[in-house]
Design a protein around this ligand. Sequence first.
Ligand code: PEP
Ligand code: MG
Length: 887
Amino acid sequence: MAKFVYDFTEGNKDLKDLLGGKGANLAEMTNLGLPVPPGFTITTEACRHYLEHGGFPDGLEDEVDRHLAELERTMGKRLGQSDDPLLVSVRSGAKFSMPGMMETVLNVGLNDESVHGLAAQAGDERFAWDSYRRLVQMFGGTVLGIDGELFEDAVEDAKKARGTKDDVDLTAEDFKDLVERFKGIVREQAGREFPTDPREQMDLAVRAVFDSWNADRAILYRRQERIPVDLGTAVNICSMVFGNLGMDSGTGVAFTRDPASGQQGIYGDYLQNAQGEDVVAGIRNTVPLTELERLDRTSYDQLLQIMEKLENHYLDMCDIEFTIERGKLWMLQTRVGKRTAAAAFRIACQLLDQGLIDADEAARRVKGDQLAQLMFPRFTSTIDGITKLTRGMNASPGAAVGKVVFTSERAVELAERGEDVILVRRETNPDDLAGMMAAQGVLTSRGGKTSHAAVVARGMGKTCVCGAEELDVDVKAGRVTAPDGTTVTEGDVISIDGSSGDVFLGEVPVEDSPVVRYFEGGLTAADGDDLVKAVDRLMRHADERAALAVRANADNPEDSARARRFGARGIGLCRTEHMFLGDRRRLVETLILAEDDAGRRAALDDLEPLQRSDFEGIFEAMDGQPVTIRLIDPPLHEFLPDLTELSVKVALAGDGADPRDRSLLEAVNRLHEQNPMLGLRGVRLGLVIPGLFGMQVRAIAEAAAARRAAGGDPRPEIMIPLVGAVQELEAVRDEAREILAAVAAETGVDVPALIGTMIELPRAALTAGQIAEAAEFFSFGTNDLTQTTWGFSRDDVEAAFFSRYLELGIFGVSPFETLDRDGVGRLVRIAAQEGRRARPGLKLGICGEHGGDPDSVHFCHEVGLDYVSCSPFRVPVARLEAGRAAI
Ligand code: PEP
Ligand code: MG
């Protein structure tokens, strides 16, 4: 029979799937001999059963009974015992950390009797009643779903009656009254009494934690973080220790290194005489952890020792939560800490230097998405004439500019209209998640680097400045006031710098990041700071390890040159239709309107020299590297004016309409298709419009010959799009070969050119063995292959219904973003295998958008492709991931 409950002494850090991150790490710390309050963990498997069947699995309750009895024995007191109660916390803990997204209930076990026992044991009446009212409040909100504001308002009333603004001034009597009021709220709102049976409290709290897996904010967070929907959460039942037993008690969070910069040192926040979530929630202002040295030297020294032990054990930066109860230190949580992108690179190299990890492991510790973040622009250093409002804490780096909004709803609303916004709050809570996602950046006036806003923003890679205490944020009035009296209201533009913590009024200009300057070659690793050095070091290692080459999708010399500077080893996709836009559109129109062969020929003759010079430029920029040129792909109507606009224009002009407009309108109507994506495009166009592909092949051959004559080393690869049958390819290939031979004869320069095809239709993938007979290379066009495999119109579905699909968990991420391994990926595998079987050594690449997506790069490595091709700016990301995939 399945085991659903593990004592902390039974688990270990590798059991995260089963025990969740928190449970697995509590067990690990217990087994390391660290001071962890005893407790046990109910598995994610039990949660999954509960969510699926709506009830606890058979045997769970018995197991909980046994573990609770064991815990009671260890602690020498029973849950809720009236003269000396064992109290427990009931906390969620999924495999992946979801800060603040799910539920926690503290002080379970208190009731009208045991509150007296607690008071007697603690020798503190006020503390006991405060703990009790916290239980009713948390239980009411979390388990019974009562609006938290009702409780908050009652606390406010009590403070008003006492003539104070601070909880600290409330007395035992006040809390006693609050307990009664809270119970009244429960009665009114939930239609039931607050349960006084300790075991019932615990069971209901466990259910609430399980249920919180499917809370809206948790669903939203998982989608953002791409956490699978079906993992479920574990529940940790832990004996309570109290940080609110007086000034010799407190609670705090700490990092073994700075999560923003990666520097070693003492980082964290501490709050004296406080319980539980007070620090993370950022509700009261904390003191820096270094203050603890002064307040409680013994606990401080012990904490530092534990932090060092944890780093050396986990071989990584850890974050921890701890509580001090009357001078005794307790560890409540640890995990490998979330960090900013810059810190990830720095920390990996620091650990490498310390000899704690090797270079492969260092490369594993950084991700392509983090590198992408480091390539975002930042504010210029010259900010003359711009008002600095204040400086807060640099919680999550980046340069964000946008209009001030004060609520999550407003952030979402304006962002949907395409506006950039900065969400400004006193502090954020999990309900602000949608607004944080919609905003360019987040600014709070309260809370430290470990506050909700900071932790969540860092996880999202979103710019965040927190704890800007000098700002007076009045959300109700929709106003922020700076220390110099400047007021900012909704809609005013501000700029926030998550790297320095600076907040500016107005828009600060941005500049390239040093990492981009490094890739561009303008900044050498030797001249760069430690971040640039770390990036350089890990990129070199990734390049050494990578089996996949990285090419770029580029269709002009500038992009090609940039891609090359960024480390591209060739071009994997040059979309020639991009060369037919702008002024050249008219030439394409003439081609389409041509009434006979002579007219068509003339139009093609006009286009050919333009194409030739385009290709010459690209060959020059990519000298010595392969350049895959894809012959024109989209349906021709895309080059003609819009049907409705043109119809109106012709109709309005009546008899006086321009004859060219009339012909154009006729052509637009003739070429109109219900499903252009599945219509006359790609190779079909080449077979239907005589001379079109031929013109392009000639331009390629002549450009290559000219480059060769000029001493260059052009390496053209000609790619035929949207092939579904080998016969289509054969026809085009034969014509192309003839033209290549003719140009070689005319110019006296023979530049070899590979002729290959895109694999972007399921039929092409399934008949890849036949197609390979006629193709010297395949490039997977996974944009179209995804479109045609799923039957999803790539231009429509993301806006139309993907958000619903994501919500329903039909997929965790859009298949246009990350390659669908099971379906589209299966076709890629089949085509790769059958293609290579027919033609050993067949060159294989990918040029759909997936070529720059980290997970898809790993897939391409697994399938054994030769290269991935992506936009120039993604090239470093793909290089890093290609290396990581090979480790
Ligand atoms: C593709 O379909 O994946 C591809 C690269 O071609 P395009 O996006 O131009 O259709
Ligand atoms: Mg395509």
